[in-house]
Design a protein around this ligand. Sequence first.
Ligand SMILES: [Zn+2]
Length: 292
Amino acid sequence: MNQPVWQLKKQMCDIGQRIWQRGFCAGNEGNHSIRIGENRVLCTPTGISKGFLTPDDICVVDMDGNQVERNPNGRRRTSEILVHLAIYKKRPDIKAVIHSHPPHATAFAICNMPLPEGIHPEAEVFLGRVPIAKFAMPSKPDLADSIIPLIKEDTNTVLMGNHGSVSFGKDLIDTYYKLEILDAYCRILLLAHPLKRVNTLTAEEMTGLLQVKQQFGIPDSRLACAPTGCVGEQNQEFFATFDVQPMSASCGCGCNGQGSTTTQLSDTPDGDPTFEAMVQTITDQIMATVGA
Ligand SMILES: [Zn+2]
């Protein structure tokens, strides 16, 4: 982390502003932090909207959560810093953490529903598999205990049961992008839900996508088993009410692995007198409108 501390404090305010404006946190909810040294972390204070932060509101703590510098505005560090510190301790490559309540992602968290996979390239490349932690009491040590065992080498986002999300990455902006992508993906899923079907990528397409991801230098343990169709093995719950195109070619839907069974143009009822009369009526109306 080469940026000066004052600049990082300002960045924390800017990101807080975006979190608040996007509606990821209401009231005083949420918190974020940046690890600035072996035993130093900048974090947001308790009791203030993330949209109204100033650099003097940012607190400094050690890796045990003790506030180590006098805060100019008399602020106290967030009570949920223990979750952030546990993540930094488990993954030394992580330099920033954002805990938030993004509404679309939190909708999945309150249903305890795993995010389906193999649907959207952005989510696959930048989020990968997103585990869900069991509900734990906010601000208590239990909260970190519920999350930390789920964090693997390739995890950057965890949904917190009946609560929200925690994202982490190599810097604060990278971490904020993950938060945005998480909520955008969940929003897309919820928008697609009333349309009654969601197509999945094939095992071959997912393997190609994860190979691209590997070329970006982003680890994803699913690459090893993607050719056998393991991506999507936690999709059942979300898809239970859908007419879904499975990842396997042997889907039994009659498409012979060719994909969508959506009605094609060639299926229009040629020769149906009712249909042809309707087309003629509409054509006549259009011609009359343009004065032909
Ligand atoms: Zn929270």
